[in-house]
Write a protein that binds this ligand. Structure first.
Ligand code: HEM
Length: 428
């Protein structure tokens, strides 16, 4: 998604804005629309041509209010705009599409394996993956970090879940098909057909994988098979849905945090120079990159009963869509919100959500992103964009598909990446 910096109050007819349209996020300017919505209609209703409708929630405090309170805003009917108006078959079976206490019973045991402490030992493995990803820079040509980043999460989530490496490329493609079915690069036939086919193949894959799994705590799927939620083991369909959700959660978001942060650093060379001068600024840069890019574009909830939000009456069963990228530009919370500032403090962005569903993969994503940017700063002295930047056509993921760039390498980069480069050549 293009990240623009709206000035003043852009002239936008709010009756004609279409935040549902995936094309808006590939070719349009959502930040300009959210900017106006926050000022003029922070809770705004959109009705689609087929009669379905949803409320767009764009202010930080309202987004937090909706995400925080499952007693008023339920996740159990589904949380993605793509299935607006159709109850999610995964409702109350998959952590992401359930409310407490069902949600808590599944989430608590999983939190232990997904905590920062238990993931710390994976750092050397992730660093190796990072070196392999950066090794093509040694060739000195144009390198597409958008395409390279797409395979990155599979390398750590695939390993964490114990999925065979030969399956990683197809799984990465399927998860993108599931969230961007109308994008020409991922569409196979019609968009609806692409979505159905991707879901079918992913669920079939996990169903077979889970049935053939020996159990045990060596990987995340074994853990899901053995874990108890509310005094009982998970059923087969619950395990499969949660595998799907964990893989999707990791694959479709992390690459775009990478590409968008690199693009922001190219567009703000002073910030990159500050990072080069002081690697201790990496965690702050990663957080600012997450705020800036907000790769998970929205999450949806349904109103449990009639209520009022920002003086707007909401009816029981109405859908509310929280736009995270908009909340992350709210000037009531972020002074000078359109400034990319790697030392922004505090930086209470909602890129990982808020409340009970706060991203369970956030510790893993942060480990991976911090390591990646630590290594990038050790290797790259300067970047430049070397071709057209292409954005993903999806209302769920704010993403960059292609970011071709060239890089001037720092002294010592070759030695650092040498063994990764040798492994790469051996694999060709
Ligand atoms: C930059 C990377 C990531 C971003 C921006 C991101 C964003 C989010 C957000 C906003 C939510 C809240 C959903 C809601 O409120 O309904 C969420 C939940 C979730 N994420 Fe992530 N995520 C990232 C990485 C990951 C990774 C690496 C994994 C898995 C290893 C993952 C798995 C999940 C799961 C399973 C949930 C549902 C949690 C629950 O319902 O309690 N995510 N993520």
């Amino acid at each position: 998604m293009r990240i623009s910096i709206p000035v003043g109050e852009p002239e936008i007819d709010l009756d004609s804005v279409d935040l549902f349209d995936p094309g808006l996020y590939a070719h349009g300017d959502p930040h300009a629309i959210w900017h106006v919505l926050r000022q003029r209609a922070p809770v705004h209703r959109q009705t689609l041509a087929d009669g379905r409708s949803f409320w767009s929630v764009t202010k930080y405090r309202d987004v937090n209010d909706v995400l925080r309170d499952h007693t008023r805003f339920t996740s159990s009917r589904g949380t993605l705009l793509s299935i607006l108006g159709t109850d999610d078959p995964a409702g109350s079976k998959m952590m992401a599409a359930s409310d407490p206490p069902v949600h808590t019973a599944m989430r608590e045991p999983l939190m232990k394996v997904m905590s920062h402490r238990s993931l710390k030992e994976r750092r050397p493995q992730v660093r190796r993956i990072v070196h392999r990803m950066l090794a093509p820079l040694l060739d000195g040509g144009v390198w597409d970090i958008g395409a390279a980043a797409a395979d990155f999460p599979m390398a750590f989530t695939g390993a964490l879940m114990g999925l065979p490496e030969r399956d990683w490329p197809r799984l990465a493609k399927l998860t993108t098909m599931a969230i961007a079915p109308s994008d020409v690069e991922f569409r196979e036939g019609s968009s609806h057909g692409t979505l159905v086919a991707a879901h079918h193949e992913l669920f079939d894959y996990f169903s077979r994988h889970v049935r053939g799994h020996p159990g045990g705590d060596d990987d995340l799927i074994g853990f899901l098979i053995g874990m108890e939620a509310d005094g009982r083991r998970l059923r087969h369909d619950e395990i499969v849905y949660n595998c799907y959700s964990l893989l999707l959660g990791a694959n479709v978001t992390t690459p775009h945090a990478i590409a968008s942060t690199v693009l922001a650093l190219i567009e703000h060379p002073d910030e990159y120079r500050r990072l080069l001068a002081d690697p201790a600024l990496v965690p702050g840069a990663v957080d600012e990159g997450l705020r800036w890019s907000s790769p998970a574009n929205h999450f949806m909830r349904y109103a449990v009963h009639d209520l009022v939000l920002q003086d707007v009456p909401i009816k029981q069963g109405d859908a509310l869509v929280t736009w995270l990228g908009s909340a992350n530009r709210d000037d009531e919370v972020f002074p000078d919100p359109y400034r990319f500032d790697i030392t922004r403090r505090p930086n209470r962005h909602v890129a990982f959500g808020f409340g009970p569903h706060y991203c369970i993969g956030a510790p893993l994503a942060k480990i991976a992103l911090n390591l990646l940017f630590e290594e990038i700063t050790r290797v790259v002295g300067e970047f430049a964009v070397a071709g057209p930047v292409e954005h993903l056509e999806s209302n769920f993921v704010a993403g960059i598909k292609h970011l071709p760039l060239t890089a001037v390498l720092r002294d010592g980069a070759a030695e650092l990446l040498e063994s990764a480069a040798r492994d790469r050549l051996a694999a060709v």
